[in-house]
Design a protein around this ligand. Structure first.
Ligand code: MG
Length: 88
């Protein structure tokens, strides 16, 4: 499954559960919050499973932010990868 497919699955689930994001600022704050939880997992030496869950939470929020700004994360990431390839 690629990033776009994952994002679409998330959107399908959130649509079904009637919890699609409405506020970009709220989503941005959640993203930062989740990054903080990744830091906490590292600092507190939490289990690999807890760390993985926190990493997934970051992508969850990032996907939401991308939808709200009409960004296809997979395309943008591939573009970045290509750009970095030619960087010194
Ligand atoms: Mg979390």
């Amino acid at each position: 499954m690629n990033l776009t497919e994952l994002s679409n699955k998330q959107k399908e689930q959130m649509t079904r559960k009637n919890c699609l994001p409405k506020d970009k600022i709220e989503v941005t704050l959640h993203l930062v919050e989740e990054i903080g939880e990744v830091c906490e997992a590292i600092r507190e030496n939490q289990s690999k499973e807890d760390f993985e869950n926190e990493i997934a939470d970051v992508l969850w929020q990032l996907n939401k932010l991308c939808w709200m700004n009409n960004i296809n994360l997979e395309e943008v990431f591939l573009r970045k990868l290509e750009k970095n390839e030619h960087r010194e």
